[in-house]
Design a protein around this ligand. Structure first.
Ligand SMILES: Nc1nc2c(ncn2[C@@H]2O[C@H](COP(=O)(O)OP(=O)(O)OP(=O)(O)O)[C@@H](O)[C@H]2O)c(=O)[nH]1
Ligand SMILES: [K+]
Ligand SMILES: [Mg+2]
Length: 436
């Protein structure tokens, strides 16, 4: 993969469509426009042109053509866009023509955005925000992704890094000017104060886990004895026939997940095998998967059917007891809610309760940490600041305190991609669509 190649890709979806958007980026963009669309239009002005095969001169399509010279473009390079007709043969013909040009090749997943990042058009946290916008399934996720794209985390991280570098400058000045390597008292006080300020803010940002929950979705596991009505409830919540329902105990063995939008919040509902001792090896495996999912869930709905003996729920972080089959009129449970998934009775109340639970766990959606990557980087920074603080207070070696502060700055810099993050880049950009 060469970064000075000119790349092209379909940026709109695949399959037959009214219009298909082709993006082109790189040094040959202007030449490509000239050879296929004739004269290059004025920057950022859409014009209609007949696209021609550059080799044969054969007309390929009528297209809306845009010229967006760098460095003010999305990638920072010269860019062109072709809005062609979205027929399969048309797009194949135009892609073939582009591929036949020298130094011009199909883009890899995320390559446009990677170039935008490498050319300083966006920081790494913004790139992640962009990925999240494309993946957002609910309104709250979309809003959080927009805040990240707007630079919310990146700006905070830059502020922290700035302060930490100031502390470093203070410590290095003391190193240069004091013979004994002792920090003058006022400098020490100033350094400590700045360290504590940043430590406090980072600690607060780390304490809020709602950003990751919102990005990934809350997991709600449906658990209970066989035939409790778990799969019936899953189908009712999903409003489609996802899981097999039958009167035979032990019907469900695999874990079945459905993504739902509850009041704008993403909730993953998970149906599991009924919990019981079983001689059947496959059912046993299903039961152990069910237990594992319940243990890691944000919330477990423990379904209690009217028939059969009461069994004990699995260990869970948070659990609601839901009495099922309330239409059977044999109510003897002590439950938080009762439902009859088969008739719909009690479902609106259950959904309202789930929305409340989700809102409580996700909060205001005002978190700035939205990925584990951010949390890990901040944890490292926080730890390094702790150690530098302890060293300053105990009048330990100044060089070592300065080294810890430098470590903290480096860890914070990983968030925006200011410092070397090559391994992160490959993973992140490969998760993008081609054409983004
Ligand atoms: N009367 C009544 N029957 C129900 C209700 N919900 C489920 N059932 C019945 O109970 C039986 C078991 O339902 P499932 O949804 O398969 O139960 P499950 O908990 O998924 O069972 P396993 O997958 O075997 O653990 C089926 O015959 C359903 O039709 C309900 O609200 N009322
Ligand atoms: K069943
Ligand atoms: Mg089932």
């Amino acid at each position: 993969m060469r970064s000075d190649d000119t790349i092209f890709a379909i940026a709109s979806g695949h399959g037959r469509a009214a219009v298909c958007l082709i993006r082109i980026s790189g040094p040959e963009s202007r030449t490509i426009l000239e050879s296929m669309a004739g004269r290059v239009p004025e920057p950022r002005r859409a014009v209609v042109r007949t696209l021609k095969d550059p080799m044969t001169g054969e007309p390929l399509d009528q297209a809306l053509v845009l010229w967006m010279p760098g460095p003010g473009s999305f990638t920072g390079e010269d860019q062109a866009e072709l809005q062609i007709h979205g027929g399969l043969a048309t797009r194949a013909a135009v892609l073939r023509a582009l591929g036949s040009l020298e130094n011009c090749r199909a883009a890899e997943a995320g390559e446009f955005t990677r170039r935008a990042f490498l050319n300083g058009r966006m920081d790494l946290a913004q790139v992640e925000g962009l990925a999240d916008i494309i993946d957002a399934e609910t309104e709250a996720q979309r809003r959080q992704a927009m805040r990240q794209l707007g630079g919310r985390l990146g700006n905070a991280a830059e502020g922290w890094r700035e302060s930490v570098l100031q502390v470093l400058a203070l410590l290095e000045a003391s190193l240069d000017f004091s013979d004994e390597g002792d920090v003058p008292e006022d400098l020490e006080a100033e350094s400590l104060q700045m360290i504590d300020q940043v430590r406090g803010e980072i600690g607060q940002a780390m304490a809020n886990r709602s950003g990751e929950r919102l990005r990934e979705g809350l997991t709600v596991v449906l658990a209970g004895p066989p035939n409790a009505g778990k799969s019936t409830l899953l189908n009712a919540l999903a409003r489609r026939d996802v899981a097999i329902v039958s009167p035979i105990a032990g019907t469900t063995r695999d874990v079945i997940e459905v993504h739902c939008d509850l009041g704008g919040l993403p909730v993953i509902i998970v149906d599991t095998a009924g919990l019981r001792e079983s001689a059947d090896a496959i059912e046993q495996e299903g039961v152990s998967r069910a237990r594992a999912r319940a243990e890691n869930a944000d919330l477990v709905l423990w379904l209690v059917p009217p028939e059969g003996e009461e069994s004990a729920p699995p260990p869970a972080r948070r659990l609601l007891r839901v009495g099922t089959k309330s239409d059977l009129d044999r109510t003897s449970w002590d439950c938080d809610l009762t439902i009859a998934a088969a008739t719909g009775e009690g479902l609106p109340e259950l959904i309202a309760r789930l929305e409340e639970e989700a809102a409580a766990l996700i909060g205001q959606g005002d978190a700035i940490v939205t990925r584990e990557r951010h949390r890990r980087a901040l944890e490292r920074a926080h730890g390094a600041l702790d150690r530098s603080r302890a060293m300053l207070v105990s009048h330990g070696p100044l060089e070592l305190a300065a080294e810890e502060v430098r470590m903290a700055a480096r860890s914070i810099g990983e968030i925006t991609g200011r410092v070397d993050v090559e391994d992160v880049l490959d993973r992140l950009f490969s998760s993008f669509c081609i054409g983004k």
